[in-house]
Design a protein around this ligand. Structure first.
Ligand SMILES: Nc1ncnc2c1ncn2[C@@H]1O[C@H](COP(=O)(O)OP(=O)(O)OP(=O)(O)O)[C@@H](O)[C@H]1O
Length: 232
């Protein structure tokens, strides 16, 4: 990628297989390293689809999509999985924690898939404790099953899991949707602090424009992507 940014998309197109009614085209979208960008837009407007393309869980039909200098279009599905494990921390809308796994095991999961991230966390237990403490979780929860935690606690575990091993990019899909406004503010404070510590860039999707003031940029999905939505 010419400018050394974390993300660059040019003329990217995508269509869900067997769903002729929805198509997404991104003429040009880029993020510099260290940027925190928020994407807002209505339900069904394609925000999660865009994040899945950036994470490499979906493959663009055409165009150029680079993350941290790597052209995802040149990678096989297995190579994209490895790339995501190494370079991207993902915070899912429903957190996707393993309910019977301990908080520790959930946080360490990305390191199992990525020796590169494992190598950055020299003392993994110290790093789990640091991240939990930084995210406002009591040390006692580290050995508990994730399924026994409150929604707010699970959300904090999901952030710790995304940040362990310092991925260059963190992608978050509606991570605050289950919280009330006061809890959202506290959660974002902690998330931003830890983004700084890890030196990661953040791309976060939300419905809630009120969260936008702490981001470098807030973009409406309609300004980034042309979507075609017809009843299929
Ligand atoms: N797995 C899938 N298979 C087929 N179509 C899908 C799939 N996932 C999403 N879509 C369709 O793609 C379009 C965009 O959905 P997407 O989830 O990207 O929107 P969104 O903006 O993230 O919505 P929300 O804010 O409700 O999460 C919708 O028409 C949706 O029905």
């Amino acid at each position: 990628m010419a400018d050394g940014g974390i993300l660059s998309m040019t003329d990217v197109t995508f269509r869900w297989p067997g769903r002729p009614g929805f198509a997404l085209t991104v003429p040009a979208f880029a993020m510099a390293k260290g940027d925190a960008v928020m994407i807002v837009g209505d339900s069904g407007s394609g925000k999660s689809t865009l994040l899945s393309l950036i994470c490499g869980t979906l493959r663009a039909a055409s165009g150029s999509l680079h993350v941290a200098g790597t052209d995802l279009g040149r990678l096989s599905a297995a190579e994209r999985d490895r790339f995501r494990a190494d370079r991207i921390g993902v915070i899912f809308q429903q957190f996707n924690l393993l309910p019977y796994g301990s908080v520790r095991d959930n946080i360490l999961l990305p390191l199992v898939f990525s020796p590169k991230r494992r190598g950055r966390a020299t003392d993994v237990d110290a790093e789990v404790l640091r991240l939990c403490t930084a995210m406002g979780l009591e040390p006692e929860v580290i050995g508990m099953s994730a399924g026994r935690l409150s929604v707010g606690q699970q959300q904090r575990v999901a952030v710790a899991r995304a940040l362990i091993g310092q991925p260059e990019l963190v992608v978050a899909d509606e991570p605050t949707s289950a919280l009330d406004q006061r809890a959202q503010t506290g959660f974002l404070d902690l998330l931003f602090e830890q983004m700084q510590v890890a030196g990661s860039s953040l791309l976060l999707v939300s419905h809630d424009t009120r969260l936008g003031r702490r981001f470098d940029r807030v973009e409406r999905i309609e300004e980034i992507a042309l979507t075609e939505r017809k009843a299929a």
